[in-house]
Ligand binder design. Sequence first.
Ligand code: SME
Length: 164
Amino acid sequence: MSTASKAKDLKTEVAELAATARSAHELMSQMVKLLQERMLKYNWVGFYMLENPPGQPPMLVLGAFQGAMTPHTRIPLHQGICGAAASTGKTVVVDDVSLDPRYLACSLETKSEIVVPIFVRGKVAGELDIDSHFPAAFKEEDRELVEYCANLVGQRLPAIPDGK
Ligand code: SME
């Protein structure tokens, strides 16, 4: 099966998860598992959620994930590919992480990465981060799938209070 048709099937499955999950937390746990199991080049799949406590710098905090434990459980917005995606509100695709000076290494095997912001009513609330052991693993159909997943999660998360 081509990556494009696999991605199309998975969209249907994640939409079903979103319809049946009892909470955003449950949806994110099930989603990382499904994506990592079914997309063979998605070797590490995880969420970082944006925490913004008053008087402290905003921080991306590791949430549900599948794959090896990462040393990066808390990432400030000015660091990493994760920080770049959250601070710009734009999807970042890196075909060769060894050439990107922003990259924070999670595993020596990682060759490429995609990070997609999650929005709740127009504000970044977190992001979906996927690492691959294969160079340039994330094509247009992957970007569409991961953005679709991030959007489903954004629809389930509570609104971010004003002032944050
Ligand atoms: N590579 C990310 C850090 C997170 S780990 O990949 C899980 C980055 O550069 O922000």
